[in-house]
Design a protein. Structure first.
Length: 126
């Protein structure tokens, strides 16, 4: 598990946040911890999701495990399981949802490696 500081560093180095903009007139920390979600849920959609300090370790864990798919999943969960107009984004979210369900079912990674479980991405229609 990541500490808040380690998580902040990982996510910042991955260039996931908008970052501080001296010209925007907004406190730097807000933008420095706001995920850039532009064009994620719809075309020409300017959007961001602020990440509170206490959520940084979980988000970093999801990013470490699933890459950008984990970030999409985290934001979707925070927004009441919101979905995108783009089917590929929805498949990414569904992938992480299914994998996290399996991780909860079997927390032990050694046992999970041999757990016979499958799922179909795209089976959920919304």
């Amino acid at each position: 598990m990541f500490t808040e500081e380690e998580a902040r560093e990982l996510l910042t180095r991955a260039d996931l946040f908008f970052g501080k903009d001296d010209d925007d007139g907004v406190e730097g920390k807000d933008w420095a911890q706001t995920l850039n979600m532009n064009d994620t849920w719809a075309w020409a959609c300017a959007d961001g999701q602020y990440v509170p300090d206490e959520e940084l370790p979980l988000l970093a864990e999801l990013f470490w495990r699933y890459g950008h798919c984990g970030v999409l999943y985290w934001v979707s969960q925070r927004r009441g399981r919101v979905r995108s107009e783009f089917k590929d984004i929805n498949r990414h979210i569904e992938f992480v949802t299914e994998e996290e369900r399996i991780r909860q079912e079997e927390p032990d990674s050694s046992k999970r490696a041999y757990l016979q479980r499958s799922y179909v991405i795209g089976a959920v229609t919304r």
